[in-house]
Design a protein around this ligand. Structure first.
Ligand SMILES: NC(=O)c1ccc[n+]([C@@H]2O[C@H](COP(=O)([O-])OP(=O)(O)OC[C@H]3O[C@@H](n4cnc5c(N)ncnc54)[C@H](O)[C@@H]3O)[C@@H](O)[C@H]2O)c1
Length: 280
């Protein structure tokens, strides 16, 4: 069994991005700029935004976080997004999800200028992804594909099983795998016999948010396991959706949590923002 080391690869990518930022600055006088919209005081969201800001600082990006109270109006957030769309120093706009109930998240995501949609959540970019056209791809699934590429894993012809079908993880993950010519099965909460499906998988990708959802008897011998889940265990430690200790005895490759997909997500956010700045 081999560990797919997302931390190591993410560091390598960030080094390259730092160099590219310096080069961009010399050539144009600009550095990439990322604006983050954070609504409310969800500790997990605040922690993710903090990590993104730190990563931006480390590679020399300009970044700004618009912190807004939980009871903010739709209109006020829309105004900020429009301002960021028009701000020439901003190359990427990120709306930290989830949002409070009174807010229509889809309307906000559609308001972000597609050329600044570094999260790849705008329907324009979603459409480009499903049709196999160039565009912004959601950072987590993009990071998974980059990690597989680093280890020379080609999914062409493989049976891929994606567990979790959200717009930000499962669905774009499935599109990328299909675009790379895997045969893709997508499972979710209403899937009838999950184990029958996961057992068919040459590559199993899990982004659900349930500790130990995937156990050893649900995994085919020699399968590749990608654990996208991030959960806080009772002892305070971060864990994924896969029973790592037991499943790792049976698979060929596996991503750890932490240190697998998480750091790749941040690296891809930086990469997407740099790409946007290079087009500025
Ligand atoms: N590694 C990263 O960088 C990263 C990024 C985003 C999300 N995540 C993590 O991925 C997980 C999923 O996030 P999300 O935003 O897609 O969540 P979500 O709640 O939007 O979606 C969860 C999906 O899992 C499915 N599901 C729920 N329970 C299930 C079960 N028992 N069996 C099968 N399917 C089930 C649901 O139907 C849904 O499709 C979370 O743990 C989140 O923290 C990690």
């Amino acid at each position: 069994m081999q560990i797919l080391d997302g931390s190591a690869l993410s560091s390598k990518i960030k080094e390259t991005i730092s160099k590219d930022v310096k080069e961009l600055k010399v050539r144009t006088g600009n550095v990439p700029g990322l604006a983050v919209i954070l609504v409310g005081h969800d500790p997990a969201s605040a922690a993710y935004v903090g990590m993104k800001k730190k990563a931006c600082d480390a590679v020399g990006f300009y970044s700004v976080t618009h912190e807004m109270p939980k009871d903010i109006s739709q209109e006020a957030i829309e105004k900020t997004i429009t301002m960021m769309n028009d701000n020439p120093n901003i190359d990427g706009i990120l709306i930290q999800l989830p949002l409070p109930e009174q807010i229509d998240a889809n309307r906000l995501l559609e308001l972000v200028a597609p050329e600044k949609d570094v999260d790849g959540f705008h329907p324009y970019n979603v459409g480009r992804l499903t049709t196999g056209l160039e565009g912004f791809v959601p950072c987590t699934p993009l990071g998974v594909m980059r990690l597989l590429n680093e280890y020379n894993i080609d999914v062409k012809g493989m049976n891929a099983c994606v567990v979790g079908a959200s717009n930000i993880v499962g669905k774009p993950m499935a599109s990328l795998l299909l675009n790379a010519h895997a045969t893709v099965d997508i499972c979710h909460i209403h899937t009838k016999d999950l184990k029958a499906r996961t057992l068919e998988a040459d590559i199993l990708l899990v982004g659900v948010g349930v500790i130990n959802l995937i156990k050893k008897d649900m995994v085919k011998e020699g399968a590749i396991i990608i654990d996208i889940g991030i959960n806080r265990a009772e002892n305070g430690k971060l864990v994924g959706d896969v029973d790592f200790e037991n499943v790792s005895q049976k698979c060929s490759y596996i991503t750890p949590v932490p240190g697998g997909v998480g750091p790749m997500t941040i690296a891809m956010l930086l990469q997407n923002t740099l790409k946007s700045a290079q087009r500025r």
